[in-house]
Design a protein around this ligand. Structure first.
Ligand code: HEC
Ligand code: HEC
Ligand code: HEC
Ligand code: HEC
Ligand code: HEC
Ligand code: HEC
Length: 364
């Protein structure tokens, strides 16, 4: 009966290893979730505050920062997974997510086929010197503040970016900007934009897997077996993914003040949802205290910092419902200092600030 105790030991070892594996990998979508969380919180509790963040600033309420890179794993040295693409997901999810995804979701629209009659393309085509570029452009990117023009590059998974942009002027009219020396630029999009406006960028070639933003960018490389057990799918309601995991996902594109330590590019290196973004993505947190930063970027950066450095529990999803494209939930939250980004302190919440957004990162 020698094998019995040994078997027990092995079992113990297996449990311990499983625990370690959980710490080092994306959170397991099951009851081990809570174990993962506990272990992770314990690890943080032991973290001395002094070794914590690159900016060892205390939160306004005196909380000491912790090391945002302390938990989880990343895919910086790995390959881009061969993920299931939106078309396949929507085959089953055409009724719940399909309608908003294809029509109103900005994520699915950030890069799209050009419509010849769209005001930005019309503005470009009206200028005789720029007409050839309007004909060559096949795609556009952007929204109500700035539109950019693109065409497929020579290599697969690359796009050329036109140096000229278009922003709204009066009514539905668009005004062109940067019209001097118009040219197609084959380098900028891959090196500076692709990581946040397309999906699955290969760190070596800077080519993307799909254009524009695919389900993978938020739901990760989740298995199709989730159809029988929704908990296997990242961001499924039943999972209650920890705030750090959720924040890593949204921050992987919405923090426009960071760079990858590995590539020095302004977007993450092979981030796979479930990863800890902050192991490789270095953020200039001080920008969150910049009183001149526009409310769009400021409310994002402060929220990300609050979760990543101070263990805050409120995430983007406390206010945003991505597929319904609403922020109605935010109205029910208690008023805090944070609300000042968009509501004037002392004034009723029925009023909110109007603001302009400019971004060095996005060239508008
Ligand atoms: C770190 C991720 C990131 C990088 C890198 C990035 N963008 Fe963006 N971009 C965003 C996000 C997030 C938004 C939406 C911001 C918002 O609306 O508050 C955006 C918005 C835009 C818009 C729409 C503006 C509007 O509202 O009309 C344009 C155009 C744009 N980016 C162009 C670019 C170009 C060109 C590059 C490369 C030179 C680039 N972006 C690089 C994340 C990024
Ligand atoms: C920008 C991030 C993002 C992208 C891209 C995205 N999702 Fe989601 N999705 C979410 C979040 C966040 C939730 C969870 C909502 C919640 O908990 O309130 C969610 C929830 C869902 C749900 C649950 C039902 C619901 O409406 O809440 C389904 C189904 C789903 N997503 C499918 C998809 C499919 C299919 C795609 C691609 C076509 C996709 N998602 C792309 C962020 C995203
Ligand atoms: C073969 C059909 C099928 C395919 C393909 C499929 N799903 Fe699902 N999905 C389901 C079913 C069934 C459920 C379970 C619904 C439930 O339990 O309410 C589900 C659940 C989900 C949920 C959780 C819903 C919730 O209530 O929170 C998300 C998120 C999701 N799927 C996203 C995706 C994404 C992203 C893809 C593509 C990578 C995808 N699905 C592909 C069938 C599919
Ligand atoms: C792969 C990059 C990427 C990821 C991941 C991502 N976003 Fe976005 N998001 C963008 C870009 C780019 C835009 C602007 C698109 C445009 O208007 O051209 C955007 C737009 C938005 C908008 C404005 C939409 C509107 O209706 O005007 C919201 C809100 C938003 N994202 C929330 C989220 C949340 C919450 C998450 C995490 C669950 C998330 N995003 C994850 C890139 C991303
Ligand atoms: C306390 C609630 C709250 C939190 C937390 C929050 N948001 Fe917002 N966000 C809002 C509201 C409200 C708006 C304005 C919506 C509108 O204009 O109708 C907004 C606007 C935005 C916009 C559009 C800004 C613009 O003008 O271009 C983006 C993008 C966005 N949020 C992303 C995020 C991301 C990503 C996170 C998490 C890192 C986040 N938000 C956290 C409430 C919140
Ligand atoms: C990113 C900008 C943004 C942030 C941050 C933000 N709000 Fe708002 N808020 C808005 C906008 C835009 C509206 C009007 C559209 C709407 O109701 O969603 C609004 C509307 C509201 C309303 C509805 C008022 C009415 O008309 O009845 C309430 C209540 C509210 N906000 C509370 C809050 C609280 C509490 C916070 C902080 C936790 C907060 N907001 C943070 C932008 C923001």
């Amino acid at each position: 009966m020698v094998w019995l105790p040994r078997c027990g030991l092995l079992a113990l070892l297996a449990v311990a290893l499983a625990g370690l594996a959980l710490l080092g990998s994306p959170p397991a979508p099951s009851s081990s979730q809570t174990a993962w969380r506990r272990a992770r919180q314990a690890a943080w509790a032991e973290e001395p505050a002094a070794t914590a963040s690159p900016v060892a600033a205390k939160a306004p309420d005196g909380r000491a920062p912790r090391d945002p890179a302390a938990w989880g794993s990343d895919h910086v040295d790995g390959e881009v997974p061969e993920f299931v693409e939106a078309g396949e997901c929507l085959f089953c999810h055409r009724n719940d997510v399909g309608p908003t995804w294809s029509q109103t979701d900005r994520h699915s629209q950030t890069i799209r086929d050009k419509a010849v009659d769209s005001p930005p393309i019309e503005a470009l085509a009206k200028d005789p010197a720029l007409k050839p570029f309007a004909d060559e452009a096949t795609l556009v990117m952007g929204d109500r503040r700035q539109t950019r023009f693109l065409k497929r590059g020579e290599r697969y998974g690359h796009l050329d970016l036109l140096s000229v942009g278009a922003g709204p002027s009066r009514g539905t009219r668009y005004r062109l900007n940067h019209t001097e020396n118009p040219h197609w630029d084959a380098k900028t999009f891959g090196a500076q934009c692709a990581g946040c406006h397309t999906t699955g960028v290969d760190p070596e070639t800077m080519s993307f897997s799909t254009v524009p933003i695919d389900c993978f960018a938020c739901h990760g490389d989740s298995p199709l077996e989730h159809a029988n057990d929704a908990k296997l799918m990242l961001l499924a309601k039943e999972r209650h993914d920890p705030p750090e995991v959720v924040t890593s996902i949204c921050a992987s594109c919405h923090v426009r003040f960071g760079k990858s330590k590995t590539t020095e590019r302004p977007y993450p290196t092979n981030f796979v949802p479930g990863d800890n973004l902050f192991r490789d993505f270095e953020v200039d947190w001080s920008r969150a205290d910049d009183p001149h930063l526009n409310p769009a970027d400021a409310h994002v950066l402060e929220n990300v910092r609050d979760v990543a450095l101070y263990g805050g529990q409120q995430t983007c999803l406390s206010c945003h419902e991505v597929h319904k494209r609403t922020t109605l939930a935010h109205r029910k939250l208690p008023e805090t200092r944070y609300c000042r980004h968009c509501h004037e302190p002392g004034k009723p919440l029925t009023e909110h600030k109007s603001y302009e957004v400019h971004s060095e990162r996005c060239q508008y």
